[in-house]
Design a protein around this ligand. Sequence first.
Ligand SMILES: [Zn+2]
Length: 276
Amino acid sequence: MQWLRHLFNRRKPEIPPSLWAASLERLPFLDRLTPAECAQLKGLCEELLARKTFTGAADFALTDEVAVLIAAQAALPVLNLTLDLYDDMAGIIVYPSAFMIPQSEMDEAGIVHEWHEPASGEAVHAGGAVVLSWEDAQESDAPGYNVVIHEFTHKIDMARGAANGCPPFLADFHRGIASGHWKKVFSGAYEDFVRRVDERDAALPEDFDDNRPEHAALYDELFGDLPLDPYAARHPAEFFAVASEAFFVLPEPLSEDYPEVYRLLSHYYRQDPLGT
Ligand SMILES: [Zn+2]
């Protein structure tokens, strides 16, 4: 963190060009940006690094490279909006790998069950931090997967209250989006996606175990044609975050299956990754 520490003491922080170039090389989905957009992203990134505290957890050695890579992906959704959408965020905490988060659920008998589940990322609501697993934040085999964009778009969704899949519409940028239309399109797409996931789930054997190669192959065959990670079926807020992730990283399947979701995301983020 030598450079970053140095950065905090300066009024006008600037990411060294070689560090910026190395970061861009690791994020191929940024290739579509024009040189002007790239310069704008760099400026936002510098502002984000100056405004927010990055902390390594569980002995993770936070380097300049890690901080810039995370900040560049975090800045992408707000490239043509405003960093103020992240005002309600305490900072960014980075673990070396998956971390455990407490879960609880009440069953039908009213008994609360509590357990811990490994997570690759978490956006803590009500002013909390974005927590990331560095291992999962690096390139993944799963197409369209991007945990950094996922968690930061949850933060956008939470900017005006609990995450519900409907982000705040800003007077400066979103006058053309009718919230009723947004809710109708997103709830329709979400319900359709849940139905598609449920159909595929029902076709899996009862003793399904993804450690068994034949089960893993069946899973890929069944779920491979979905435009989004099945995790999007968990909740409307997850649908928004997973669709946003896909929008920036692998937009084609999303725009083919849910063109109106793609169009609304394009209006919202004021970006068009497909150049349509
Ligand atoms: Zn999520």
